[in-house]
Design a protein around this ligand. Structure first.
Ligand code: GUN
Length: 286
């Protein structure tokens, strides 16, 4: 029987550390960290995610600015709001909740954010620094996954890692983070032909597909004693599920994350940490 990775406990340890850092920033510099979020449209899942982020900020003493825009907001208006937040010295982090309504350009929108305030690590500047091993602001979910590995002492060097995702927010940052830790990383996607065989030789599988009609990580795809990190979350037959069934795979693995309660809480915790990191980049005089 493998170890159930409890994301809530690990996230709490990160939040405790951030809370302490917030307290010191307020006391020593007289600055209260502030995160601005922009939510566009009325997708209930996105609204819930943003609400959770605001609550977590409040828990650690980070103040928030909340922008809720209509689904039909013009690209030019969205740019104007981002420009205003970029120029506002009281705002240290900016997050535009994704996905955007189809008429808005995701790349142009996230690229508009100042790299210094880019708590998602999505600007070309920060994505480029990550590829070169020099990033300070890195996407929250990948950072959360790395935190899980370190918390449990899960070795990465020389291990075969199969990533099932290639997005800018998850797969690509994780690829660079894992490579920097000397893992051998294979990035898989919808056109990968021998996914089962690749998974079967993986020491670590990190999966983020989020569509059970298309993909399930079955126990027979997992090597005995491997680690499975399930980043996906979707509704399937009325239940919140990941890409795998935790109860089925836990017998076969060394470690696995449940859904919910695995990676999800880590994403929020790392957003708080990134807000403090961003503040540091804006107040560092050296
Ligand atoms: N939508 C789902 N996950 C994320 C995230 O980490 N950041 C942003 N901005 N949007 C998301």
């Amino acid at each position: 029987m493998g170890v159930r990775i409890d994301g809530k406990i690990i996230a709490q340890s990160v939040k405790d550390m951030v809370k302490d850092m917030v307290k010191k920033t307020v006391e020593k510099q007289g600055i209260t960290p502030c995160l601005a979020t922009i939510l566009i449209g009325d997708d209930p899942a996105s609204a819930t995610y943003v609400k959770n982020k605001h609550k977590a900020c409040k828990d650690v003493g980070i103040i928030t600015r909340d922008h809720n825009l209509n689904a039909d907001v013009l690209q030019s208006e969205l740019f104007r709001i981002i420009d205003e937040l970029n120029a506002d010295t009281a705002v240290h982090g900016i997050l535009v909740q994704l996905p955007l309504p189809p008429h808005l350009d995701e790349f142009a929108t996230t690229s508009r954010i100042s790299p210094l305030k880019d708590v998602d690590g999505l600007t070309p500047h920060n994505a480029g620094l990550l590829a070169m091993g020099r990033a300070t602001l890195i996407a929250c979910t990948p950072l959360g996954v790395m935190e899980i590995f370190d918390y449990h002492g899960i070795a990465l060097e020389g291990r075969n890692v199969v990533l099932i995702n290639r997005s800018n927010l998850v797969g690509k940052p994780l690829y660079h983070l894992l490579l920097a830790r000397n893992a051998t990383v294979i990035t898989c996607h919808s056109k990968t032909r021998n996914l089962t065989e690749l998974c079967q030789v993986a020491d670590i599988i990190i999966t983020a597909v989020g569509d059970r009609d298309r993909f399930t990580l079955r126990p027979e795809m997992i090597k005995q004693g491997a680690t499975v990190i399930d980043i996906a979350i979707s509704r399937f037959h009325g239940r919140l599920v990941g890409d795998s069934d935790f109860d089925e795979i836990i017998h076969k693995v060394s470690f696995a994350t449940p859904v919910p309660g695995g990676v999800g809480p880590m994403t929020v915790a790392m957003l708080l940490k990134n807000t403090i990191t961003a503040l540091g980049g804006q107040t560092d005089k050296s």
